[in-house]
Ligand binder design. Sequence first.
Ligand SMILES: [Zn+2]
Length: 392
Amino acid sequence: MHFTRRHLLCGCAATALTGCVGAGGGKPIAAGYAPALDSVEGGLWEIFNKAEADLKFSPLRMTDEELNRYVTDIACRLAGSHCPDMRGYLVRTPFFNASMAPNGMMQVWSGLLLRCQNEAQLAAVLGHEIGHYLKRHSLQRFEQMRDNATIAAFLGIAVAAAGGGALANLPGLVALANIFAFSREQEREADGVGLELMVNAGYSPIEASEIWRGLIQERDAGLTADERADRKDKSDVFFASHPAPEDRAQTLALQAAAYPGGKRIVGEERYLAQARAFRDMMMQDELRLHQHDRTLVIVDRMKAANPGDADPFYYEGEVYRSRNEGLDDGLAMRAYSRAIEADDDHGLAWRGIGILHRRAGREADAATAFQRYLELVPDASDRLMIQSYVGA
Ligand SMILES: [Zn+2]
């Protein structure tokens, strides 16, 4: 039987009248589970199967095989026998977000990959999302929609997102990712499941709360004390639908401490080895948001995770150079220089130094730095422009 939008509307309106709370929601799901097509749950899955078919061809999808395999392997270690039931999609969108649809379609956004300091933090997010799936939270939310107007609004978003290329742009992706505003209880439950999956897979559970600490730092970056007291985070797609990050960080830390100690995986280097190839792109996307204070928090956390890494200093230089206020050029020069100290062959840092010199009218210094850049990055996409600067 083919499940149509109308069937689903009727089905749920009927259950809503008779009270459908708890019917299936929150109950663990068996490995290999698929709902009957003529059930409410089957209809819900069908909508997201369509959305998934669209997402597969979104131009924002990051399709690099190695990176996808890396994330999938972590998800599978966490999900165990449920691994074949879920499919992860990496999406190039510069915000911290991950989401799980009822049919096992998981989205992980590049803004999240940029912010993870290590493999355990990524595992924490994946574990949390897997928790939503295992506990069937979307179905629970759907069944809690009491009136036809709410259901119709939900279906309007879902069906719009499920076809017509809506997932090629950010509003469509945001609508789909946040379609179920999970309750605080559900978020807590998913956090708890996520921690357990992390520990079972050998990861250090304290890293789950560390992610939230980073997000709190970002949220408060550059704010005065008054502004901090008044913060509402209306603009943040992730905070909008989730409980207060302070509560989560604290609860997760307490729960993590309850697990026995011992040697557990954090995986800073493993994570860096995979993320490095994409960080320049993700950082350029981040810089385009012009939220420089927040971006500096991300950069500081990168430095803390891998102290010998030259890239975070280069990124710091990029932040100051792009903000270009007051003493920023001096701060940018200092940061690029530290990148060069850590790695003399850091071509992009040499490029930044060249631009700063040129901006200040120091043509000879600029030419030297640009030459170094062109030697180190022979296939630079801006080669012609840089050559015109140095008169080569
Ligand atoms: Zn959640």
